[in-house]
Write a protein that binds this ligand. Structure first.
Ligand code: NAD
Length: 491
């Protein structure tokens, strides 16, 4: 059944109304909410959301029951639940997209809808779990991918419901239970997704609570999760702080951390296509995806043509003075533990429309502007900081050596994602080799790297630091070996 526009508006209005009542989330200024159906981190239209708890210990206990239920299921039964999660995700993608934008004030509804569709269509299912066999003179050894048990998952504000659903599919396919400690600025959206997974489970014959979450997730509740004996695996999708915390927990952990993806354009590229692809990728969901183009290194001899192509595709070019003024707004000073003051991103500007950001420095443009571009030196904070805003600094380079040197430095060793537009195989190979990123996209918008218009499965948890890469069900398993001496060999 398709969701009507009226239903979507009703959900969004209800969320905003509840947020005004204070569930910990901050409502965007442009709220049009009127009194509407009740909604909060634990309710939707008067119906209690399934799987949301006040105490992390209760949430873990519930997820453990979910784990026991999954262990009892056949693979066919498990796949039935996954099919229903995919169906509900497609059906309710517009609601979650609207909720995500309304609750966090970040991103774009059309792109968030597309991201949910991608999760529904391209997150691997039970086919991802394969056994291996070794046979020889001594018989047969079977290797199977087994569940960990209950997984504790930390999810971000940038792709909240996408990550909850993508993680849930992979972790359930692998036979685990899951408890989430979602981002405090995206609780309503994340918990809507948790509820969706539980509704799918029930409808497909699974337990009523398959995955669990918190009504008020905090750093303290995350800490309970890290230390709880039932949590056997931690999976963290977020910035450097939280990845560090999870990796220091003493438990097996998968860390999907920050990036700062550079894109190089050399003078053999199809420049018109490169200009369009880069703006398409950079402006996708207002640059929230961690894989999105964050800074561009363009050969000086094609830079003007590239900028022209970008301008014809929704980019608005600002001057150096305007760029410096914008930097004063989108970056703020913060004193570190060492007492040194450094620039960090202004959270109020993350994921905002290009039009809104330009408005902050007194430039009024229409809705057709989807990205801000500017020429900067390599040292500019727009190049060095992971902005997560539709702002693309362009740095002119003289040759491939300089391009690779600067692009590698701008990536800061995150080993996350990098892009290149070129037809020169040597250039493409050299950059890919030097930058050592988990994802390297050639001649396409960044999102091709997560299966959107590119081959391969999707994920919203890209684990560079711990090496799982683009996570899927098999990432959430552990190998077990069973040895049969002198038997089961048929040759
Ligand atoms: P964030 O780092 O602000 O927060 C992530 C989650 O961690 C939240 O729930 C937050 O409350 C919690 N948290 C923060 N510090 C913590 C600590 N010390 N202990 C326990 N919990 C803690 O993330 P965000 O702003 O929502 O997301 C943006 C960041 O995440 C960017 O750096 C982006 O690149 C990265 N990201 C990476 C991936 C990936 O797949 N590699 C995907 C999405 C986002």
């Amino acid at each position: 059944m398709a969701i009507s526009e009226k239903d979507i508006q009703s959900v969004v209005a209800a969320v905003l109304q509840e947020m005004k009542g204070g569930n910990g989330a901050s409502a965007p200024a442009a709220s049009t909410a009127k009194a509407a159906a009740p909604w909060c981190a634990t309710q939707y239209k008067g119906r209690k959301l399934i799987g949301i708890y006040h105490d992390m210990n209760d949430a873990i206990a519930a997820a453990n029951e979910g784990y026991k239920a999954v262990r009892r299921m056949t693979l066919v039964e498990r796949e039935k639940i996954i099919t229903e999660i995919r169906r509900l995700t497609r059906e309710e993608a517009p609601i979650m997209a609207e909720l995500g934008v309304a609750e966090t004030g970040m991103g774009r509804v059309d792109h968030k809808t597309a991201k949910h569709m991608l999760v529904a269509d391209k997150t691997p299912g039970t086919e991802d779990i394969n056994a291996e066999v070794k046979t020889g003179d001594n018989g047969m050894t079977l290797l199977e991918r087994a569940p960990f048990g209950v997984v504790g998952a930390i999810t971000p504000s940038t792709n909240p419901s996408e990550t909850v659903i993508c993680n849930s599919i992979g972790m359930i396919v692998a036979g685990n239970g899951v408890v989430f400690n979602p981002h405090p600025n995206a609780i309503a959206t994340s918990n809507y997704a948790v509820d969706l997974v539980n509704r799918a489970s029930k409808a497909a014959g699974g337990p009523e609570v398959l995955v669990a979450s918190m009504d008020k997730p905090t750093l303290e509740s995350a800490d309970v999760m890290y230390k709880h004996p039932l949590i056997k695996l931690l999976v963290c999708t977020g910035g450097p702080g939280v990845v560090r915390a999870v990796l220091s927990s003493g438990k097996k952990a998968i860390g999907a951390g920050a990036g700062n993806p550079p894109v190089i354009v050399d003078d053999t590229a199809d420049i018109q296509k490169a200009g369009k692809d880069i703006i398409d990728g950079c402006s996708f969901d207002n640059n929230l995806p961690c894989i999105a183009e964050k800074e561009c290194f363009a050969f000086a001899n094609i830079a003007d043509e590239l900028i022209g192509a970008m301008q014809r595709n929704g980019a608005y070019k600002i001057t150096k003075e305007q760029a410096d003024k914008l930097a004063e707004v989108v970056l703020v000073d913060k004193a570190g533990k060492d007492g040194k003051v450094r620039k960090i991103i202004n959270r109020k500007c993350v994921g905002r429309d290009a039009k809104v950001l330009l408005g902050m420095i007194g430039i009024n443009v229409g809705d057709d502007v989807r990205c801000i571009i500017c020429e900067t030196p390599f040292e500019h904070p727009f190049v060095q900081e992971e902005l997560m805003m539709p702002i693309l600094p362009i740095v002119r380079v003289n040759n491939i050596d300089q391009a690779i040197d600067w692009a590698v430095k701008a990536e800061h060793g995150c080993r996350h994602t990098a892009h290149m537009h070129s037809k020169n195989i040597d250039h493409l190979t050299r950059f890919a080799y030097a930058v050592e990123t988990t994802i390297f996209v050639k001649n396409a918008p960044s999102y091709a790297g997560i299966g959107f218009g590119g081959e391969g499965h999707t994920t919203f948890t890209i684990a560079g630091p711990t090496g799982e890469g683009l996570t899927s069900a098999r990432s959430f398993t552990r190998w077990r070996r069973c040895v049969l001496k002198d038997g089961f060999r048929i040759i």
